[in-house]
Ligand binder design. Sequence first.
Ligand SMILES: Cc1cc2nc3c(=O)[nH]c(=O)nc-3n(C[C@H](O)[C@H](O)[C@H](O)COP(=O)(O)OP(=O)(O)OC[C@H]3O[C@@H](n4cnc5c(N)ncnc54)[C@H](O)[C@@H]3O)c2cc1C
Length: 479
Amino acid sequence: MPRDFLQGVRDHYDVAVIGSGLGGLTAANILAREGRSVLLLEQHYKLGGLATWFKRPGGHIFDISLHGFPYGMLKSCRRYWSNDIADSIVQLEHIRFDNPMFSLTTTFNREDFTRLLSTRFAIDPAVIKEFFDTARGMNFYDDQSLTTGELFQKFFPGREDVVRLLMEPITYANGSTLEDPAITYGIVFSNFMSKGVFTFCGGTDHLIKSMETEMLANGVDIRIRCDVQKVIVENGRVAGVRVNDRDIRCSTVVSNANLNSTIFGLVGEEKFDRNFVDEARAVRLNNSSTQVYMALAEGDSIDRSTGDLLFCSTAPLFRTELLLSKDITSRTFSFYYPDIRPEGKQRHLIVSSTNANYSDWKSLDSEQYEEAKKNLVETTLDALEKYVPNCRERIVHAEAATPLTFERYTKHVAGSSFGTKFEGLAVSRGLPHQVGGLYHAGSCGIIMSGWLGTINYGVIVANDVDNFLMKRSGAGAAV
Ligand SMILES: Cc1cc2nc3c(=O)[nH]c(=O)nc-3n(C[C@H](O)[C@H](O)[C@H](O)COP(=O)(O)OP(=O)(O)OC[C@H]3O[C@@H](n4cnc5c(N)ncnc54)[C@H](O)[C@@H]3O)c2cc1C
C-alpha cells in the first residue's frame, strides 16, 4: 500500500501553506509562533524549494541558490528565525569581475564601489554620492516610470563600463533588466551596497534543517510529498485545500507556489474578477537559469584569490539579451571553499550559473536536450580554464541543470528562477481582496525574490494573515 503522507492530519487548520520555499517556510514559522495552527504542504520530498542542495558520491554537496545575499538576511533571520541561523551568516569578501572592459576584485559595498568608481572609472565623487543617495532613497511607492537604463543614463551618460559594473551582478541576482523600473534596481542594489555579499556557513542543508527544527518547536505540521491540487473556495472565501486527493479544511491559504499557477491552476480564474484576471494574465514571468556543478578531487584545492563570486564575460558590451542567450558569453562562478562547510568533507566545489530562456530548452527533443547539456558542461569547463588551470583533469564530477530541471523540482511555470516581473507584486497583494483568506508569499516583483526578498515577503504576508484571522475572531491587534 502506498504511504499516506497525510497520516494523522487534523480536520481543520487556521492556515495551510502551499510550498516550502523560503517565503512559505517563514510565513509558516511566524504564524505558528503566534499560536496559529499551521499545515505546511510541500510536493517535493525535501523542504526549501529553490533553497536546496543535492549530494553526489565522493562527499560532494552542491548548493543550488546559495551564492550570495545582502546583509539584511542576518537581521531577518535573527528576528524571524533564530540566533543560531543568524550567527551562521558570513561575508564573502572577494567578489571578482572579469570582462573585456575591466578586471577587478571588490568587497562589493558602497565604500569600495565609491573608491573604484572614482579611481578606476574616473567618475566625479559628487556624482557617485548622488547616485548612491538616489538609489538608497528609492522605495516601492516611488515613480515607476523611470527605467534602470534611464537612471544610469542620467548619472553616467555613455559609460557602458560603469553600467556593466553596477548592473551585471543585479541582473544575475534577480533577473532584472535595464528596461525594468529603476526602483527594482535601486532597492536591491542598495541592499547589497549596505555591507556587501553574505552567505550561509554550513550550506543550505544545514539552514533548512535548522529551519525545520525551529518550525517543529513552534508546532508547524510539516508534510512533504504532498502535492496541493486545488484551493477550495466557497462563497468567495477560502474553505480548504485538496491535497493528495484529500480535502482538508482551513481558514486561510498562503500559496508559496508560482503566482501564475496559484491563480490559474490552484484557484481557477472563475473565482476572480474579470479585470483582475486580465491583470494577472499580463504579468510576465522572470527568466530561468542553467547551472553547471563541478567538484575537485579530494585533496585538490582552489586558491582563495580566485574569488568567492566571479562575474565573468567575454561579451564586448553588457546587453540583457546576451545574458539570456543559449550561446553563453557571461557566467557567474561561485567558488565553495571547505570553510563554508566546516563539518562536511573538505571539498572544493564550483557552480557556474547563467540566466536562460525556458523556450530555448523546452523546444529540444530528448536527444538534442542531452547533447545541449553536454555542450553546456564542456563550454563551461572551457571558460573555467582561465581561472582554474587544468580544470578538465582536476574536476572529478560535473553535471548540468537547465530551466526544465528547475521547473521539474519546484513546479515554477517555465522554470522561472525569480517568480515574476515587477507587475506581479500588485497582483500577489491583490489576492485577498478577490478571495477572502487567500494570500501569496513567494518570488514576485523582483524586490520580493531572492533569499532575503522572499523571507521578508513571508513576514509581511504572515502579518496580513494574522490580522485577517484576528479580525475574523473579533480580537483586533496585529502581530
Ligand atoms: C539558479 C538559481 C540561483 C539563485 N541564486 C540566488 C542567490 O545567490 N541569492 C539569492 O538571494 N537568491 C538566489 N536565487 C533565488 C532564490 O533561490 C529564490 O528567489 C527563493 O529561494 C525563492 O523562494 P520562494 O519562497 O519564492 O519559493 P520557491 O523556492 O520557489 O519554492 C516554492 C515551493 O513551492 C512548492 N510547490 C509548488 N507548487 C506546489 C503545490 N501545488 N503543492 C505543494 N508544493 C508546491 C515547490 O515544490 C517549492 O518547494 C537563485 C535562484 C536560482 C534558480
